[in-house]
Write a protein that binds this ligand. Structure first.
Ligand code: 5GP
Ligand code: ZN
Length: 395
């Protein structure tokens, strides 16, 4: 039996934090199926797996209050800076592409957040990829291939555990132990919650699934002078961010693909290239008639870190998102971002410039599935209605 719990937050959630708080509530307790924060910020509704009685009810309420208080108290409204605004660009479709994607076999859900896409979407992604690679080539970016796994000790070194603990995806294997392996081979089975294997059959975690692409480049450059004093690189890779009940269609995946163009070098080199990259992409988005805007943003830091890190990113203009219109839900979706990390990775990983100072880094990142999803939301699945460049590419 499902049930609801209504909570009045002790402090009213300001409008600029409503979405951010709502997404964090998914991680508060396993009994929460969905969390909703009223746009007025004074009411929270939790859909629960089953009716909760005291003391569980009060415990839940207390955890929710804790999240709200730590995210809201002392937070100030970030000044949203808009660098480009083409949201009113006319587009032909306002239909939800999901039903048609499913019906045509262009999208298949293996499990929550794990999707296969079909030939049309794959070709459309190749079309965008061609453009992103052209952007990388325009900087003479060197191509790289990075692993899907990322060592725990590397993520620890860049403070990832503190910043984004909620979205980590851990990798393990059976312990080198004949009994554990035999036991698994004979008894492993899945119920609705997953594998029934005892946790002590698994080895200690040394690796995780990679949450981003550019980190791998920084790890490869760590603890030495940066050859030539500056570098532009590019790579595409699988990225993993566990999103709990926030997972939704191609809009929010556990496993998604990102293409990045990465810059390492002096501050001016990184900032100038980030800006040049944005200008070049503006031309491409115009060519394909994408309705979008570019605005300042922050990363989804976990509760404790959120306030200070988000304010810092905002104050120093470290992140700008390309938010494409989703006409069917009158909202926008981040399909890419222009990021500047200052000398954070240079300092944490000891990447040095010729003058001995830490290197600065930045990246331009595109989410491939989201890019395709936003485009299909604006132009529909019938390629005959697409702008020339995209239509010719998939023909
Ligand atoms: P960022 O590093 O800015 O968080 O992510 C870069 C890009 O990756 C985002 O702009 C977005 O396009 C994509 N991305 C991030 N998280 C997700 C996700 O959960 N699902 C999907 N499909 N794409 C994502
Ligand atoms: Zn990056």
């Amino acid at each position: 039996m499902s049930a609801q719990l209504h909570i009045t937050p002790r402090v009213t959630i300001p409008d600029f934090l409503v979405g951010e708080v709502q997404s964090k509530l998914a991680y508060v307790d396993e009994s929460i199926v969905r969390a909703h924060v009223a746009s007025t910020g004074d009411r929270i509704t939790l859909d629960l797996r089953e009716q909760a009685e005291d003391p569980k009810r009060s415990e839940l309420e207390e955890k929710v209050q804790r999240v709200v208080t730590s995210m809201v108290q002392g937070a100030f409204k970030p000044k949203v800076q808009i660098l480009e605004n083409y949201l009113d660009r006319p587009v032909p479709s306002s239909a939800d592409p999901n039903p048609e994607l499913l019906a045509r076999g262009e999208m298949f859900q293996e499990a929550a957040g794990i999707f296969t896409v079909g030939p049309l979407v794959t070709r459309l992604i190749s079309f965008f990829e061609r453009q992103f690679i052209a952007l990388a080539d325009s900087f003479g970016a060197a191509p790289y291939r990075f692993p899907t796994l990322i060592p725990a000790k590397s993520l620890e070194r860049v403070g990832y555990f503190r910043a984004f603990p909620h979205s980590l995806s851990f990798v393990t294997h059976l312990r080198e132990d004949l009994d554990a392996i035999d036991n698994f081979a004979q008894h492993a089975a899945c119920d609705e919650h997953g594998l029934n294997t005892p946790v002590d059959s698994f080895a200690k975690i040394q690796a995780l699934l990679s949450p981003a692409v550019c980190y791998h480049l920084y790890f490869a450059l760590a603890d030495k002078p940066l050859p030539g004093g500056k570098l532009a690189a590019t790579a595409v890779g699988n990225c993993f961010r566990y999103e709990s009940v926030n997972l939704a269609s191609l809009e929010r995946l556990w496993n998604f693909t990102m293409r990045e163009v990465i810059f390492v070098g002096p501050k001016d080199f990184v900032l100038q290239n980030r800006e040049t990259g944005r200008e070049r992409m503006r031309g491409f988005f115009e060519e394909i008639g994408l309705a979008y805007r570019v605005e300042s943003a922050n990363d989804p830091f976990f509760i404790g870190e959120f306030k200070k890190q988000a304010a810092f990113q905002s104050a120093f203009q470290l992140k700008f998102e390309i938010r494409a219109a989703l006409p069917f839900k009158q909202s926008t979706l981040a399909v890419g971002s222009y990021n500047y990390h200052q000398d954070f990775f240079g300092r944490s990983l000891n990447i040095t410039l010729p003058d001995g100072s830490p290197a600065h880094t930045g990246c331009i990142a595109f989410g491939l599935e989201r890019m395709a999803f936003a485009f299909l939301s604006q132009y529909g699945l019938d390629a005959a209605n697409w702008p020339d460049a995209a239509r010719k590419f998939v023909a």
